[in-house]
Design a protein around this ligand. Structure first.
Ligand SMILES: Nc1ncnc2c1ncn2[C@@H]1O[C@H](COP(=O)(O)OP(=O)(O)OP(=O)(O)O)[C@@H](O)[C@H]1O
Length: 561
């Protein structure tokens, strides 16, 4: 910015060439009738203007580089902040930040950003006008003050509606994204007219705000343009009077007209470009707020590969903005290579527990420890290579099957095939149009729910994780798929991977060592599978399996010892 300000000084100085040249031609060349002087003056003026072009180009390049730097420095931090923000559930429209960043870049490379730099050098033109004649100087000063007041009026009248319109546009974008995501449901149930009506209402509101801001801005811009021309005419008339009274030369009168026009131009540009400034400032604020608030609260030091000992100690989870905990003090532990099935009614908190186990959310109280280290605090990359997670709603990222299984890394084909074989999907992938290179994701080749789930399982198994958390991995599977899942769990267990499996259907829990029954955020039953199943089938009074408080005591004693 300092460099461009210095460059702008020279650019503005060189802008004096045309008025000075005009003055010299009128006052010197025309009176002396010397064509040699004219040629000399023309050569100097053209040379100066070429230098002007070069400096102006360099100034533009500096802004292009600035735009580039903004993109390069902030792209990844903004993406990371948007992801963290989404996980915290603090914002519903984190993707807007990426759009904001692109808008900021376009603003920096546009014309409105240079206006303050031009305004900075207005005093230079004023000094020259005062030097030509004090009347020119005072007139120009009055005109500048008048247009400055117009800019303030523009701000007062347009800033609020334009900023609100900008926010409304951001919300509207997020509405469209959600509509497009749910296209199938909307089409199948004829919801489009109702959805379109709702969206149209928000659009009308946005357009209304935009029109209000724009009409005021356009009216003020037209008024200021006319005003500038009127002020220029006032300047030329005053100059004519001075020439008639022989107080100024005709050349200086011409120069004063040109100088005044040039001096007032940035004010006009300021009023015209106000909208861009308002939008850029709100985009800047959103990006800044996101980068400031969405700070990762995790550790930055990578940790070594764990054995897979999992300890859950008095875990409580209260979602943000909710006053009733979903998990109300859960404690249990698993040794490396143990497999645990978690069952329980809907909304018992099973998926919440799964998300907490893999450190997506931060426990409100208590903790989850893998080999003694909090799974939430664990540095993400070193945690990720040791953990596999299959969420309830599997969605694959935009990319090939190979990229999806290898978690978007440039992995060796042998490792990808190994994970695919573990999940028993190697042959299924072989039957796809381009095998491992088949492009999948939201917009590409459509896989069935079961196929997606099995590729999601291969992705979770990739890299032989130490902890594997599978949230209802069989919800879309047929018998063959379920058999493959049981085999995969068996292989993971043989490789001493600790497995946590959430299930609705009891068929898959046949593969686990221990069983946990979760009810309303509390452990109802926990123990060896056979014991829990026996206790569940026994009448309520006769249950003898460890319950939550007992387990909590067990964990505490273990830690104390
Ligand atoms: N971020 C959140 N904000 C508010 N409530 C939440 C949040 N996450 C989970 N809940 C609530 O916690 C409860 C448990 O949800 P969870 O998804 O863990 O249940 P679940 O046992 O996996 O159910 P299902 O078997 O139907 O998948 C639900 O009542 C849900 O509304």
């Amino acid at each position: 910015m300092v460099f461009t300000a210095v460059l702008s000084c020279f650019v503005n100085l060189l802008m004096l060439i045309v008025p000075l040249y005009t003055m010299q031609v009128y006052d010197r060349v025309m009176t002396s009738r010397s064509t040699d002087t004219l040629i000399m003056l023309a050569i100097v003026a053209v040379g100066g203007l070429m230098l002007y072009a070069v400096l102006d180009f360099i100034r533009t390049r500096v802004f292009l580089i600035m735009g580039d730097v903004i993109g390069r420095r902030l792209n990844v931090p903004t993406l990371e902040a948007a992801v963290i923000d989404t996980l915290h559930g603090t914002s519903k429209n984190s993707t807007q930040a990426i759009r904001d960043l692109n808008d900021l870049r376009s603003f920096v490379t546009g014309s409105a950003i240079t206006v303050p730099l031009e305004l900075m050098w207005v005093p230079l033109f004023l000094i020259v006008l005062f030097l030509l004649h004090t009347v020119y100087g005072w007139l120009a000063l009055g005109a500048a003050a008048f247009l400055f007041l117009m800019s303030i009026l523009t701000d007062v009248l347009t800033r609020r509606p334009l900023a609100q319109a900008n926010e409304a546009a951001a919300r509207s974008f997020s509405d469209i994204a959600s509509t497009v995501r749910n296209a199938e449901v909307i089409e199948a149930m004829g919801m489009l007219p109702a959805v379109a009506k709702r969206w149209q209402r928000s659009q009308y509101h946005m357009i209304d705000l935009l029109n209000r801001g724009n009409s005021a801005a356009k009216a003020l811009s037209a008024a200021s343009r006319a005003l500038r021309l009127i002020l220029q005419i006032a300047m030329i008339s005053a100059a004519a009077v001075l020439v008639i009274d022989r107080e100024a030369s005709p050349g200086s009168a011409m120069a004063a007209g040109i100088l005044m026009g040039r001096m007032l131009q940035p004010f006009e540009q300021l009023i015209d470009g106000w909208r861009q400034w308002v939008f850029a400032l709100s985009a800047f604020r959103r990006v800044r707020d996101l980068l400031n608030t969405a700070q990762s609260r995790r550790q930055s030091m990578p940790l070594p590969r764990p054995d897979g000992r999992l300890t859950i100690d008095r875990l409580v989870y209260l979602p943000p903005g909710v006053d009733r905990p979903v998990l109300k003090g859960i404690s249990f532990s698993l040794e490396p290579g143990e497999t645990l099935g978690i069952i329980g009614p809907s909304a018992a908190g099973k998926s919440t527990l799964a998300r907490l186990l893999v450190g997506i959310w931060e426990p409100t109280a208590g903790g989850i420890y893998l080999d003694g280290h909090s799974t939430f605090l664990w540095e993400r990359e070193s945690f990720g290579v040791n953990v596999g997670y299959l969420p309830q709603n599997v969605s694959l990222l935009d990319g090939t099957i190979r990229e999806n299984i290898s978690r978007m890394k440039d992995a060796s084909p042998a490792d990808v095939v190994h994970a695919a074989k573990m999940a028993d999907v190697h042959e299924m992938i072989g039957r796809l149009p381009f095998g491992y290179d088949t492009h999948v994701g939201d917009t590409a080749y459509s896989l069935s729910g079961g196929q997606r789930q099995r590729i999601g399982l291969a992705r979770a198994l990739f890299g032989n994780p130490r902890l594997l958390v599978l949230d209802e991995p069989n919800s879309n599977l047929d018998n063959a798929g379920e058999q493959a899942l049981l085999t995969a769990i068996g292989k993971a267990k043989a490789a001493r991977t600790t497995v946590v499996l959430i299930a609705h259907r009891p068929s898959v829990v046949a593969a686990v060592d221990k069983l946990l029954v979760l009810k309303d955020g509390l452990i109802d039953q926990f123990g060896a599978r056979a014991d829990v199943l026996k206790a569940m089938s026994a009448p309520p009074g006769a249950r003898q399996v460890a319950t939550a408080p007992n387990v909590a005591r067990l964990v505490k004693t273990e830690q104390a010892s």
